[in-house]
Write a protein that binds this ligand. Structure first.
Ligand code: ZN
Length: 624
């Protein structure tokens, strides 16, 4: 027995917990500790994920930890029991007010030591020296150590916090600890971004809302205030400041399609939610970034959300744009960023960020939550949930400043357009749309053409005019007329050919789950969709009508990714005006007032890539 205790003492990494919180160099990355208390957190509702509070000791110190739900199985299966040794494989250290909390995401039980009595004489982890004059961490006696003393412990710790108002913030939770089953709680968080007030009108009424992104050492969460709470709390928040937020406040499953924050839950402010600015603004981390270098953007898939930092090289003028979705005007401004990789990239900011932009060129700007598009090879757009920081107090910023003033500013910068412009089939954006979006957003109905991609299946191909006879001269493609048998005349080339080359002009009806659309295809796409040249198909048409019908029906029900250009048909428009002099039946009006959707390229589905996209999409709905 004495032998196994000696072995266990030797195995435990004494002092490791303190080192984790001090982030000392050379600390043990995955320390071995002893489990000295396990408690299921009360106040949970049936059906919800269980939460456990576990106390770990390294024989010198002990610390309260919150077990991430992913690690619950160790307790539920009975593998992790009081007194056992275990190795911490994944964890986050949090200083929440004056308490140190470890969030444990992964661990390994060391069965071979069994359940031992408490090793050593551990004391609670002390708060940092600069706080020592105001803090008196309590030790608890060893006879309550294994007992249900964690509530008592928590209260005695809190009663020693320094600010007079802090007694109101008794239950400070890390963001990671929030769930729909947590009842009374306060979080201490930094507001890392705040949206503008947005209004909506639909058949169920109208309303307004705003959202903030909140951060502490354990993670991030988004919070939204609607209507009354929007009026009440919008002025209370300022980007960059630290707040106490106290329940009642709804915690619910996050709608990830509206957020760039990685948290399963989000908050909705309620009438009695309390928001107070914290007296100390320092002990909550600043915005966390995960920067992508500008040269690396070429390998980032479009529509990915990333963080980027760079020197502001150029600031464009503000321009006004009308949203195709909401028909409302909003401001837009284009910035150019550069970094040490020798690349530059354009980044668009919107709304208030655009109109009130006052950062000087040459400054460092860091962006959190920008969307990557392939417009111009690669370009960036700040999401409404994203945020910007000018000259942030972080190491990357100082490095950039140093590089820029030591010669960086006289470098020549490459853009991504020259690298990838040809790959994407031209320097333009072609956002993925469903058919109903193409129609609802009235793509192609304004002065300029709109570009989009659509994934759709062929339902029908018009067979009466699928091709036309064209000139044989290379690059001409002009329609020719048979002026005499075996004499096909091209007016443009002023030349007769013995035969024409048939080229496709297909009119194809396609559909997806949202609707159907007529697309026009030229020769290249026609060959792909039909699987042979128009010349060959004309030959079949003249010899075997039955085979022709089979070929068209074979082309049906195939799904493609179409890259399209939407544009008002000018010729048809003129015709409509002429025709409108005489009464036109409304059912026909559509025929003349019509946008033409011209296919620029079609590609067969890559099922692996499509599946990955779908998996990502389904994940956003939180369906397990
Ligand atoms: Zn010609």
């Amino acid at each position: 027995m004495a032998n196994i205790i000696a072995k266990a003492m030797a195995r435990v990494d004494a002092g490791a917990l303190n080192d984790i919180f001090d982030n000392k160099p050379g600390r043990v990355e995955q320390p071995v500790v002893q489990c000295v208390n396990i408690k299921r957190i009360s106040g949970q509702e049936p059906g919800g994920p269980e939460r456990y509070r576990v106390v770990f000791s390294d024989t010198k110190n002990y610390v309260q930890t919150m077990l991430a739900t992913a690690a619950n199985h160790h307790i539920q299966s009975g593998a992790l029991r009081c007194g056992m040794l275990l190795q911490l494989l994944g964890y986050q250290a949090n200083n929440v007010k004056q308490r140190k909390i470890l969030i444990v995401t992964d661990l390994k039980c060391l069965e071979e030591y069994g359940e031992l009595k408490k090793l050593g004489n551990p004391e609670p982890l002390k708060v940092k020296p600069e706080d020592e004059n105001t803090s008196h961490p309590t030790t608890i006696t060893s006879n309550t150590f294994y007992g249900n003393s964690s509530n008592q412990h928590q209260q005695s710790m809190v009663s020693h916090t320094k600010a007079p108002t802090s007694s109101d913030h008794a239950n400070i939770y890390p963001i990671e600890g929030l769930s729909p089953y947590s009842h009374k709680w306060t979080i201490k968080v930094r507001c890392t971004s705040k949206s503008d007030i947005r209004t909506w009108h639909n058949r169920n009424g109208e309303g307004k809302l705003f959202s903030v992104n909140l951060l502490d050492e354990s993670g991030e969460i988004r919070a939204t205030g609607f209507n009354d709470e929007c009026d009440q709390l919008y002025p209370a928040f300022q980007e960059g400041s630290v707040y106490y937020i106290t329940s009642p406040c709804r915690v619910q499953i996050a709608k990830k399609q509206f957020s760039n924050i990685n948290n399963d839950y989000e908050l909705t402010f309620e009438r009695d939610t309390r928001v107070e600015k914290a007296e100390d603004q320092q002990d909550v981390p600043q915005v966390k970034f995960n920067f992508v270098r500008i040269s690396e953007l070429a390998s980032v898939e479009k529509d990915t959300t990333i963080d980027v930092i760079g020197i502001l090289r150029d600031v464009g003028e503000t321009s006004q744009i009308t949203s195709k979705t909401t028909s409302k005007p909003y401001d837009k401004r284009e910035l150019t960023l550069v970094d040490q990789t020798g690349f530059s990239v354009r980044l668009t900011v919107w709304g208030k960020t655009a109109s009130s932009f006052d950062v000087l060129p040459g400054s460092v700007v860091a962006f959190k939550g920008v969307k990557v598009s392939d417009f111009g090879g690669r370009s960036l757009s700040l999401l409404s949930s994203g945020s910007m920081a000018a000259n942030p107090d972080i190491q990357e910023a100082y490095k950039l400043k140093g590089w820029y003033s030591n010669g960086g500013q006289s470098e020549n910068f490459s853009t991504h357009a020259s690298v990838t412009g040809t790959v994407t089939g031209g320097a333009r954006s072609d956002p993925f749309k469903t058919i109903i979006e193409v129609k609802d957003e009235q793509l192609g109905m304004s002065e300029n053409a709109d570009w989009f991609s659509v994934k759709a299946s062929i339902q029908h191909i018009k067979q009466n005019t699928f091709c036309y006879p064209s000139c044989l001269t290379e690059g001409c493609n002009k329609k020719v007329n048979e002026v005499y048998p075996g004499q096909w005349r091209c007016e443009r080339c002023d030349k007769n050919h013995p035969k024409p080359e048939y080229r496709y002009i297909l009119s194809v009806n396609v559909s997806d789950h949202t609707g159907q659309l007529w697309l026009s295809c030229f020769d290249d796409t026609g060959r792909q969709l039909i699987g042979m040249t128009a010349d060959k198909l004309m030959e079949i048409k003249e010899t075997n009508e039955k085979k022709l019908a089979d070929i068209f029906s074979d082309a049906n029900c195939r799904t493609w990714n179409f890259k399209c250009k939407a544009k008002m048909d000018v010729f048809q428009e003129e015709q409509r005006q002429v025709l409108s002099l005489s009464p036109v039946k409304s059912s026909h009006a559509d025929e003349f007032d019509r946008v033409r959707y011209q296919v620029q390229a079609a590609s067969p589905l890559n099922f692996v890539a499509e599946s990955e996209k779908l998996v990502a999409l389904i994940k956003q709905y939180n369906i397990d």
